[in-house]
Write a new protein. Structure first.
Length: 259
């Protein structure tokens, strides 16, 4: 390879890396993001970001708001992603990980959840191997409050989105403050645990998977008289391992259609 061709290849790779960094930054803000924020997150100069944002807008990869100047993902990229994920069944991809998680967690139910507005929805589950246990209904909208899963999903949100979602729940001021404190603790700990809250006699442990815009929560739950507090530390290790496996495989819970 000549010096010129090698230089051209390196320049092309660098340009691609810049574009991917910009698209990744924009994808983190579904409602839109300004060029200055993209520059800050990507580590690129503002002039470079502005130039590439304009080019991506011209190609339909990104869209720019004429009133706010914010950029968001455009129709061309949405179309490409839609075609790529059409044949990718998140439930099928999650099944072996969930089954392994269940089987290594004493046979208790393992489940994967996403947020839809101010509710949580189980999108996949490996049910308990015991004659009795926690059966998480797949596809049924449930409240975000009162469960480890719901609290983890809330903890993934930025403060503005958290306030918006919680306001829609019409909670009393004291309950909202209590929820905020709990979510702050979950952000610090990296997991949530609940026992005898929304469902009497059930203990659940959950960890986050992915990010706010494409993430979810992974959980193990079972009867609190069998799934004991002393089982939580080991279960957490298994949950985190399972979440890492899903993320490494490129599994994104939010690609499931909720409507």
């Amino acid at each position: 390879m000549t010096t010129l061709s090698r230089h051209t290849k390196e320049s092309s790779v660098q340009a691609l890396e810049r574009i991917l960094a910009i698209v990744d930054s924009v994808s983190r803000a579904p409602s839109g993001v300004l060029p200055a924020r993209v520059a800050e997150e990507s580590g690129l100069s503002l002039s470079t970001v502005v130039r590439l944002l304009q080019s991506l807008h011209d190609e339909g990869v990104l869209l720019r708001s004429g009133t706010t100047g914010q950029y968001r993902i455009g129709p061309r990229l949405i179309s490409v992603v839609g075609r790529a994920t059409h044949s990718f069944d998140v439930r099928a991809a999650a099944a072996p990980v969930l089954e392994q998680l269940r089987d290594t967690s004493g046979g208790e139910t393992a489940s994967l959840h996403v947020r839809s507005g101010n509710q949580r929805i189980c999108i996949a589950a490996a049910y308990t191997t015991h004659p009795s246990g926690r059966i998480v209904p797949v596809g049924l909208p449930l409240p975000l409050t009162g469960s480890a899963v719901g609290h983890v999903l809330l903890a993934q949100l930025d403060d503005a989105t958290f306030d918006q979602v919680v306001d829609s729940m019409k909670l009393a001021p004291k309950a909202k403050k209590s929820l905020r404190l709990r979510v702050d603790q979950i952000r610090n700990d990296g997991y949530a645990e609940s026992a005898d809250e929304s469902v009497e006699g059930v203990r659940g442990v959950a960890v986050p998977i992915g990010r706010q815009d494409d993430g979810g929560a992974l959980s193990v739950s079972g009867p609190s008289d069998r799934f004991l507090a002393k089982h939580v530390p080991a279960t957490l290790d298994r949950l985190r391992h399972a979440a890492a496996l899903m993320e490494e495989s490129g599994l994104r819970p939010s690609t499931i259609r909720l409507t």
